[in-house]
Ligand binder design. Structure first.
Ligand code: ZN
Ligand code: ZN
Length: 239
């Protein structure tokens, strides 16, 4: 784990048979009010928390915020909440309501994948029913951990995907919507929508982004100007 920007720690995902999402910890450590973004895949909770402990006290993690609720991001949420029982769960309203209803279609994305994962990892149906403490909406500004992050609803990869954007330092945490290697999130799973993804990428392309912290693969510290527009231009014919 390392600090990738002021108030942002990065714990790289450790891919298994299935990818494990990167995890970020945001918030000024002195504030005692930290947020964990995207826990990761099943079985990775211990690795993620042990990594965090090397730099900060995990008792300061007050909440888990999901960029979206695919299995590779939410798989170890229950492991994390077991260790941090005080932590709240914040999710965009659309996927938050699904979690509360025990609707796991977004978590698995497709029936075939659900069957494979349940067999492989011994997961029972209903394992991803959670109470959601706060349902996030487009346009909210979160004042947390002595920082301010804008919530952007960016559907397309999933219906309730969000990005967190810190405008004063150009930091974007876009989940799986756009990556740092000219790739974008897949748009063939349950709740995905290529047209919506195009609209979301257009919105992100209008931001001033210097540091791009996606859910997988590379992270970028010095993003070239126009990077997201260029990525969108290359993908637009397929969306
Ligand atoms: Zn992912
Ligand atoms: Zn995803």
């Amino acid at each position: 784990m390392k600090q990738v920007a002021e108030g942002v720690l990065f714990i790289p995902g450790r891919d298994d048979l299935i990818p494990d999402s990167h995890t970020y910890i945001i918030g000024d450590p002195l504030s005692g009010d930290l947020s964990m973004i995207d826990p990761g895949l099943m079985g990775k909770g211990r690795y993620k928390l042990e990594s965090v402990k090397k730099l900060v006290d995990t008792s300061r993690i007050k909440r888990v915020i999901m960029t979206h609720t695919h299995l590779d991001h939410i798989g170890c949420l229950s492991e994390i909440l077991e260790q941090l029982p005080w932590a709240e769960l914040w999710v965009h309203r659309i996927e938050g309501e699904a979690l509360e209803q025990g609707d796991e279609r977004t978590v698995y994305g497709m029936e075939m994948f659900k069957n494979m994962c349940q067999a492989q990892y011994g997961i029972k149906s209903g394992a991803f029913r959670f109470n959601v403490d706060r349902k996030l909406e487009e346009g909210e500004r979160l004042k947390i951990g002595a920082m301010e992050w804008d919530v952007m609803h960016i559907p397309g990869h999933s219906s309730g995907s969000i990005a967190l954007y810190k405008s004063d330092s150009g930091i974007l945490i876009p989940g799986d919507v756009v990556y740092a290697d000219y790739a974008i999130g897949r748009f063939d799973l349950y709740g995905a929508d290529g047209d919506a993804l195009k609209g979301s990428l257009k919105r992100l392309a209008g931001l001033d982004v210097k540091i791009l912290l996606p859910g997988h693969n590379e992270i970028a510290h010095d993003l070239p100007p126009g990077y997201i527009s260029e990525t969108l231009r290359q993908w637009e014919p397929y969306l």
